[in-house]
Design a protein around this ligand. Sequence first.
Ligand SMILES: C[S@@+](CC[C@H](N)C(=O)[O-])C[C@H]1O[C@@H](n2cnc3c(N)ncnc32)[C@H](O)[C@@H]1O
Length: 196
Amino acid sequence: MEYLIETMKFSKEFILHPISTSSIVPSSKNLSCAIVSVSNIKEAKAIIELGCGTGAVTEAIVKNADKNSNIFSFDTNSAFIKIIREKYPQVRAINDSAENMKQYMNEYSVEYADTVISSLPWATFSIRLQIRLINTINCILNDNGEFVTYAYLHTKLFSSHKRFVKILHKKFKTVTFFSVVWTNLPPAFIIKCKKD
Ligand SMILES: C[S@@+](CC[C@H](N)C(=O)[O-])C[C@H]1O[C@@H](n2cnc3c(N)ncnc32)[C@H](O)[C@@H]1O
């Protein structure tokens, strides 16, 4: 029942803000678990989540992260942030653009992140925003930190996605693509990037 209510809230925000929300339903459990399972989250002390929505991925992060870790979740949609604050009081849920993540880390005296997990709709972003965000992520990550994100399968055809992948290869030493999670709507594939 809770899942149904959250899905309805998510779909409502998609109708109101289709481009930034980007998907009509939240990520599936299979995708959320797969994201967390390819990451270094269990050892991470500082975790940054970008584009938390109603918390599909946040739930997997909270379940798998160390209880003493610092978790920041960003979303530009205030309705989503309200849900995250109610459901996950241990998470610092921030209603602001991911572009400003460094400012909030400074505020809480967190110098570097060990893991950045993103659900941001990269293929809808301008080249300037893609570059700005990837530069910021690269700058706030520890030398052995990881950036894990995903893309919807159909966006592979878009020039904005191809451009995004080029930026990743420029900014990170290792970029790994995982197989498609078909049990997500729309099907999606995970990308993991490492600095070292
Ligand atoms: C595809 S949804 C993913 C939601 C959720 N993580 C999930 O997996 O169901 C993308 C989310 O990114 C948020 N978003 C879009 N642009 C953003 C930005 N610049 N900074 C932070 N969040 C943003 C949207 O509001 C939306 O909640």
